[in-house]
Write a protein that binds this ligand. Sequence first.
Ligand SMILES: [Zn+2]
Length: 77
Amino acid sequence: MTLEKIKKAIAAGKLRCPSCHSTILKFEKYLDTADTVWDGAGDTQIEFSGCKVTLVCANGFCDWRQRTEYWENFVQE
Ligand SMILES: [Zn+2]
């Protein structure tokens, strides 16, 4: 789900590269984080805390890339 959001944000050109201020063109998924939380009563609660991605600027002159799970920080409306 979160991945869909990242895809859409990138497709819509909403993510900005902090280095060259161009639109971030690509991302690579490197991990889905699913934190398993034990509540001690035998039930398992799965909490999806988001997914980690490598944001890749991919504009020709810029080699900026960053691994983050806080990709929303790069969104500019
Ligand atoms: Zn860039």
